[in-house]
Design a protein around this ligand. Sequence first.
Ligand code: SF4
Length: 229
Amino acid sequence: MDNGKNRKRGIRNLLKSYDPVVILGMIVLVSGVILLTYGFVPTTQPKTLLLSAGPVPLSDPHGNYITNPELYFKTNYNGTGSMDLVYCSPEAPSGFYCWGYQYIGTMISYSMSSRFYGAGMIILAGVSIFTGYKFEPLKPKGPHLRPITIKVDEDICVSNGVCVALAPSVFQLQKQNNPTIFAPLAYVVNPNGADNDTIIQAAQMCPTGAIIIEDAETGERIHPPFPKS
Ligand code: SF4
């Protein structure tokens, strides 16, 4: 039971950590390798010799409709060798065209189509995995990967410098040239000075929620969850 749960959790984690394009690429890669490998497995096939080929009419000389052209072709063969295999295909409007073969032993053959399709699938999988890793086109982007905007609400900043301590290349305290100002307020010195996780963590540690982080593309509020009044 626990094993089943662990397996499900493992699959969920795998799906979360990889882009679907990468996962699809891995499946195609495994299938392609299997198919390509099969293309190198020798199989024994009967070896045949073409004895005769020719047309078969729709009806025999007595006017009877020919319902089994393979049998008719075989029965009317009077050459040398034993006709073991007959193929016929319809040929409008005259009737059929047939080929008669004799088995003359066996031969080793390889599935060239498996090699061809296997190699194609491996190339396709390589492109898919590269694209998924490089660009992650289908993976939902978490807050740590989205472009963000950062603002400091000066009305509620209490200047304790926690954000500066946690992300000094992003936040700084304003220079205190004016003696009438009670305390230096925090401001954003470089919005790209740290990764999103660090910036969000600094915002979460701000005691007053003065640091506002939004998704730069959608405007969605990332932190704090709702605007402070
Ligand atoms: S942590 Fe918050 S309150 Fe403290 S300085 Fe930074 S913005 Fe201001």
